[in-house]
Unconditional design. Structure first.
Length: 87
């Protein structure tokens, strides 16, 4: 079942608006409301991008990224292991 891209776009717009509201009312680091709104935006974006592709063979120039890639994580670990040696 494909979703009309206009409907998916409206859902994405709503998710973005709800994220703005949650961010502006944020109650500290790790606020679960902000986190939930963040993931709602990511999910709504993926639905929109998929529906756009299914309907028109087009995609947006955007993508949802993971917090940290394995490669980036390894580089961060390597940086933490470095010492400054004065000689």
């Amino acid at each position: 079942m494909s979703i009309d891209p206009r409907v998916a776009l409206q859902s994405l717009t709503t998710a973005l608006e709800e994220h703005l509201i949650a961010a502006s009312a944020r109650r500290g680091e790790g606020d679960p409301t902000v986190e939930a709104a963040f993931f709602a935006v990511a999910d709504a974006f993926e639905v929109y991008d998929d529906s756009l592709y299914e309907a028109y063979g087009e995609v947006t120039p955007l993508e949802v990224i993971d917090d940290v890639d394995d490669e980036d994580e390894e580089e961060a670990d390597d940086d933490e292991d470095l010492e400054i040696v004065e000689g």
